[in-house]
Structures are given as C-alpha cells and as structure tokens.
Design a protein around this ligand. Structure first.
Ligand SMILES: Cc1cc2nc3c(=O)[nH]c(=O)nc-3n(C[C@H](O)[C@H](O)[C@H](O)COP(=O)(O)OP(=O)(O)OC[C@H]3O[C@@H](n4cnc5c(N)ncnc54)[C@H](O)[C@@H]3O)c2cc1C
Length: 435
C-alpha cells in the first residue's frame, strides 16, 4: 500500500489524534494519520462543550474559521426527582468576552475542520482506512501498522494510538486491558432542531450566547449517570448516560432513560415542537485515575479516551484528549530532535510531561470519586435527590405549618432514610473523595 516509512503514524482522527498529528506535522515531521470513518468526525460523539484554552494551544486563531455553535454564558446544574428539580444556575456577563472560554460544537463539523488544519500542516490523512494490527518486531517493539486496505506493513518510528474508548487495537495487541463495564458509561444523544429564536427565548439567550444544563437524580433510576441539555445555534443536544455495569445489573435501557428524561416536566417544554434529526450512542471512559493504563511502550504511545483520560466529575474529555495528543506530539518531536530512539524508556518523556499537566493532576485529585459514586449510587442518585426536593418544597410551600415543625420533619426524613451514621458516612466519603 504505502512503501515509504513515516516518522509517526497516528491511529484515529478524533480530538486526540488530530491534536497529535497537527503538533508533529507543524514541526515538520512526516506524519500519516489513519481514520476508519468516511471522514474525520463521522464516527465521533460528544455533548458537546469545547474548551477553548486547549484548542488555542494548538490553533491560536481558531475562532476565525472553526465551526463553533454558541459561546457559553450560563451553566445550570439540576438535581432532579420525578416531578421537580432543584437548580444551581451560574450566569455571567463576563463570559460575553472577546475570546470566550467555552463553546458548544457539533463534532461531525468540528472534526472535519480540525482535520483540514492537520492536512494543511502537511500530514497525510487517509480516511476509510481501519488499522487492523499494530505490527511488532521480534523484540516486541511496535514498528508500524497493517490496515484493512490491500498491502502490507506501513512502517513508522512511532505509532500514536488515538483510537478512542473501545480501543480494540491496543487491547488486541496486549498493550492494555479491555475497559471494564464499571469504568465505562454508555451515553445516548439526540439533536432536536427548532428555530433559532425559539432556542433563544426558551433559554434566555441573545445572539450567539449559549447555556448548558447538567442534570442528575432520579432520572438515572439509582444508577451512576447524568443527563445533559446543550444549546446550539439551531438545535438542542439532549442526552443521558450511565455506567455499562449499571445497565447490565438493572436491565434498564439508555433510550428508555432518555425518553423518560425528555418527558420530565422540567425538560419537555424546552424541546416541545422540535424535530429530531440525529440520534447517536457512544461509550465514555469513566474509571478516572485508577483506570489509566500503561501510556507508552517500545514504539508506541496512547492518548485521549483510549488512555482513559476523561474527567467524568467535571464532564471534560475532549480537552484531555487534545492535551494528551499535543503533549505526546511534543514529546515525540523532542526525542526526534535529539535523535533519540522511540524506545519505551525514551517515550516515558510523554508520561513525565503529562504528569505535570492538568490532565493527570485533575484525574489524581478525584481518584476515589468514580468508585464512590458507583458503590453509593442509590444514595447519591435516588435517595438524596428525592429528600432535597421534598425539603425544598416544604421550604417554599406556605401552608400554615410552623417553620420549626417543617424543619424537624425535614431533618427526620433525612435521618429515617439514612440514619445519622449513614449521613455522616456519606458526607465523610464525599469530602474525602473531593479533597
Ligand atoms: C454523549 C457524550 C457527550 C460528551 N460530552 C463531552 C463534552 O461536552 N465535552 C467534552 O470535552 N467531552 C465530552 N465527551 C467526551 C469526548 O467526546 C471524548 O473525550 C473525546 O471525543 C475523546 O477524543 P479521542 O480522540 O480520544 O476519541 P474519539 O473522538 O472517539 O476518536 C477516536 C477516533 O479513532 C477512530 N478509530 C478507532 N479505531 C480505529 C482504527 N482501528 N483504525 C482507524 N481509526 C480508528 C474513530 O473512528 C475515531 O474517529 C462526551 C462523550 C460522549 C459520548
């Protein structure tokens, strides 16, 4: 197929792969990027919030021509029971700034644009090409790849594995384990189209302002998971995701949860009269720090979702993918400039650099959180949201009951549900996981 040898092959053209390929191509390296989809982004799913800072580090002037939807001026967090939600809303005029901090995007369009930048930087990008094997020499060093196109081995000094969460290539090559169901969420998402003015009046927006809602509570029926509603220019993305192990345990279905979320009285009016034009499903790596596999070896590094680099607590993934891709590209370039071999020992530079970045620091900070939310999911996603909703209703409903009685009743309802010891234990566990 391709006879020449490349400085680097990048497998996958998502956020991580594009960042790695761009970083190396910008520095004059000979890069081949292989993507199984018809085009970059055709297979990729995201909510999607784009974090500008991480893209700016790759393409400082991205705002000039990137396909951006709305810049975010408002973030809502909802704790839901079946008929209500308790909300924390943060809106600030500060976000109507010259260079906004977060945007909504549509990945199919965004990834196509990102891939164009990679090609303009000089990388060879081949789509509709699935890498079927990482080829190793007799010492176990990765020396190239084989694809589903006719032809043999394509050689490179190093292979950047940016194949996303399922990571079949890496697991088949024995570089890491198959992601565990308790470390992986399955999310479904729909795009609801409606006129721009309808979105702006329903969500209190003007111009290109946007808002996002992150929702948790009884909508996940006691499973570890969340819902989201993100505003784009002419459509609203709405989705729901829970851990795969919880779906296995309960027999609930992702589309069943999403349907119920859409029917919730707080949600239904927001999407009323819209037309659904797209439906997608995708996995999300949610095991956090403890699920991160070996990140480098002889002739290879792994980046983005394939490396489990996803911060489920803060709902960040694409920025960790872009940053790990960029750092991998920079580390490889440094080694190449010093004429050093792409050995396991030398490629540990990637991990060293990643450890110093927010990617590993953030994941390390919340290392106990995924397990806590998983083992205590009934409390955090069912019991407490119901109790908080009841407490709020009691607080705002004026019915002649003396306040002191209401307060006693509220405290009793918490203690009956969890006991003092249970409440204390949950608070302690949460504080410890958050510290
Ligand atoms: C519903 C949902 C909502 C999300 N919302 C957000 C959000 O709002 N903000 C955020 O920051 N993150 C969000 N994420 C997470 C984010 O989408 C991911 O973290 C990010 O896409 C990871 O990028 P990646 O490049 O590692 O993987 P991907 O984007 O999955 O890219 C992997 C690429 O590799 C290709 N590939 C795979 N195997 C092969 C092979 N063998 N040969 C060739 N090509 C191959 C795939 O086709 C794909 O293009 C969300 C995820 C989901 C599912």
């Amino acid at each position: 197929m391709i006879d020449e040898k490349f400085d680097a092959i990048v497998v996958g053209a998502g956020m991580a792969g594009n960042a790695a390929a761009l970083t190396m191509a910008q520095r004059g390296m000979k890069v081949l990027q292989l993507e199984r989809g018809e085009y970059s982004g055709s297979k990729n799913v995201q909510g999607a919030i784009l974090y500008a800072d991480m893209l700016e580090k790759l393409i400082p002037d991205f705002r000039d021509d990137a396909p951006l939807e709305r810049h975010l001026v408002e973030q809502r967090f909802w704790m839901m029971d079946d008929r209500s939600h308790v909300g924390l809303h943060y809106r600030s005029e500060d976000f109507n700034e010259q260079s906004p901090n977060r945007y909504t995007i549509i990945r199919a369009q965004f990834d196509k644009w990102f891939s164009k930048k990679v090609q303009e930087a000089g990388a060879v990008v081949l789509c509709e090409t699935t890498v079927v094997e990482l080829v190793k020499d007799s010492f176990g060093k990765v020396i190239g790849v084989r694809t589903d196109r006719s032809g043999g081995l394509i050689r490179a000094d190093v292979v950047v594995i940016a194949e996303g969460v399922t990571g079949l290539l890496g697991t088949r090559a024995g570089l890491r384990e198959i992601p565990k169901p308790e470390n992986t969420a399955l999310a479904v998402k729909e795009m609801h189209f409606m006129p721009r003015e309808t979105i702006e009046s329903r969500f209190n927006l003007k111009g290109d302002e946007g808002m996002v809602i992150e929702a948790a509570g009884t909508i996940s029926r006691g499973m570890t998971g969340m819902g989201f509603i993100y505003s784009n220019k002419e459509c609203v993305s709405i989705g729901m995701g829970c851990l795969v192990s919880d779906f296995q345990r309960t027999g609930e279905t992702p589309y069943g949860l999403l349907d119920a979320f859409k029917r919730h009285p707080s949600v239904a009016p927001l999407i009323e009269g819209s037309e659904v034009k797209e439906y997608s499903a995708h996995l999300i790596p949610e095991g956090g720090f403890k699920a991160i596999p070996q990140l480098y070896g002889d002739g290879w590094v792994v980046v983005g979702d394939a490396a489990q680099l996803n911060n489920a607590i803060h709902r960040e993934g694409s920025n960790l993918a872009m940053t790990s891709g960029r750092i991998a590209g920079e580390a490889i370039f440094q080694l190449r400039s010093r004429r050093e071999e792409m050995t396991e020992q030398n490629l540990s530079l990637y991990k060293e650099m990643l450890d110093k970045s927010f990617v590993i620091k953030d994941l390390k900070k919340y290392k106990d959180m995924p397990a806590l939310l998983h083992t205590q999911s009934q409390n955090f996603f069912l019991t407490y949201p119901q109790l908080v909703s009841k407490a709020m209703q009691s607080f705002v409903r004026v019915d002649g009951t003396p306040k002191v009685e209401k307060e006693k009743k509220t405290i009793r309802s918490f203690v009956n549900a969890r006991s003092w010891l249970g409440l204390f234990a949950d608070g302690f566990r949460l504080a410890r996981a958050w510290r």
